[in-house]
Design a protein around this ligand. Structure first.
Ligand code: FES
Length: 422
């Protein structure tokens, strides 16, 4: 009715309606009232983000695989023109920073909008939906900075697809990948034309992809001493279970807090951490029937980073051979086309820690400092590589030379190639 312009619908029905809206309309809906604001920030509505397109009124949705594979030449050209115009405007910013100047130049206006959309996503959307985001396409962004990428990566831990093609980012964009297993879900990483990227990014990527396939037969870890690690994603669950074991205690103490010396007959929270875990694990086992489940967040890794294994109190269970576990390193596509500062050291970093067992597509066109040796080492660690999607400099007589696809940058005016200008 006219008195009631906003229909009162159950949230599940509203959510279905929201699925048909463009990102812009969804943002407008989020400003209607508090409950709509919460609903508009439902993770499933924001799995695939295209800020560069959205800023230009193109409301792409769905996974990147469903979109056009390559942007057309006209689109790329207009992004380059915008970039140039913005650079010139930025240099003269003191003189010409009026609203009028923005209105006069659609290119500058588009980049200002892009910056606004990126900041809005980082500050208002990702803190709520970050863990649900699967893909982010930022290709050809002029407004994107390394700091923005850093913020995005720390807010979106479950990314599978990241496209940073032809952006101005540096190694510092990947600071958050400097720890083990920081991007274990990543399958597609496009850094084509990111000319400031160096070996440091590849070292961080290799570490962040997590441990590789178990080396030992039957999936058991053998050899050198293992390192205990706590899976951060499950730490909260462990703390909850710890509180469960506490029974009558108030359970407000977290695992990270120092514990008081053991007192006979006292509450479990006052025992030493190890004794508390051991004694109470037994009662938990009686109660829930699975110590392994209770300790699912506590794992061991070998120093080589190869095996990740649950450790339980049941030694005989632990000694049984287990089915071989799949590698965490899920990367299927990596493009470093035009990243001319990358060297064999970077390729070596990628081939370590279990290599890239699922990598099918590898583009190293325009990586001017890599050699046959570096390529050979990496290819040996990439058993799934498809030669049709394997590109490197035509001047290198490297692995799969007869079947690989050669350099892709021969005709490309804006990415490094040892034959440009010939
Ligand atoms: Fe050598 Fe392109 S990098 S042919």
């Amino acid at each position: 009715s006219p008195e009631q312009p906003v229909p009162i619908l159950p949230p599940e029905v509203l959510l279905k309606v929201f699925r048909y809206l463009s990102p812009e309309d969804l943002c407008h809906c989020g400003q209607v009232c508090t409950s709509w604001s919460h609903l508009a920030k439902t993770g499933s509505l924001w799995k695939h983000l295209y800020p560069v397109h959205w800023a230009r009124g193109q409301h792409c949705r769905g996974p990147p695989e469903d979109q056009e594979q390559e942007p057309d030449a006209e689109w790329v050209q207009s992004r380059e023109d915008e970039g140039r115009a913005y650079q010139e405007w930025d240099e003269d910013a003191d003189i010409d920073e009026s609203e009028g100047a923005l209105e006069d130049s659609p290119a500058i206006g588009a980049i200002q909008r892009e910056k606004k959309v990126l900041n809005g996503i980082i500050q208002n959307l990702l803190p709520a939906v970050g863990p649900s985001v699967r893909s982010i396409v930022l290709a050809y962004s002029v407004a994107l900075s390394s700091k923005m990428v850093r913020q995005i990566l720390s807010l979106c831990p479950n990314l599978t697809h990241l496209d940073l093609t032809q952006t101005d980012i540096t190694d510092s964009a990947f600071d958050s990948w400097a720890c083990l297993g920081a991007c274990q879900t990543l399958e597609h990483l496009d850094l084509s034309g990111c000319a400031k990227i160096t070996d440091l990014t590849l070292k961080r990527l290799s570490l962040a992809l997590g441990p590789g396939v178990p080396q030992a037969s039957g999936g058991r870890a053998h050899g050198p001493a293992q390192i205990w690690v706590l899976d951060p994603a499950q730490l909260a669950d462990i703390e909850d279970e710890w509180r469960c074991w506490g029974g009558a205690c108030d359970g407000r103490r977290g695992l990270s807090e120092p514990l008081a010396p053991p007192t006979p007959g006292a509450c479990c929270c006052k025992r030493s951490r190890r004794r508390g875990l051991s004694a109470n694990a037994a009662s938990y086992w009686q109660q829930y029937g699975s110590v392994g489940g209770a300790l699912s967040g506590l794992r061991t890794v070998s120093p080589s980073g190869g095996e990740v294994d649950f450790r339980t109190k049941l030694a005989e269970e632990a000694e049984k051979p287990r089915p071989r576990r799949e590698s965490c390193r899920r990367l299927r596509l990596l493009s470093l086309s035009g990243c001319f500062e990358v060297t064999d050291l970077g390729l070596r970093a990628l081939s370590q820690r279990g290599g890239l067992p699922r990598l099918e597509h590898l583009n190293l066109s325009g990586c001017l400092f890599i050699t046959e040796c570096g390529l050979q080492e990496l290819v040996t660690a990439c058993p799934s590589l498809n030669d049709q999607h394997f590109y490197y400099c035509d001047n290198i007589n490297g692995p799969h030379a007869d079947t690989a696809s050669g350099c892709q940058n021969l005709q490309c005016g804006f990415r490094a190639c040892c034959r440009s200008g010939e």
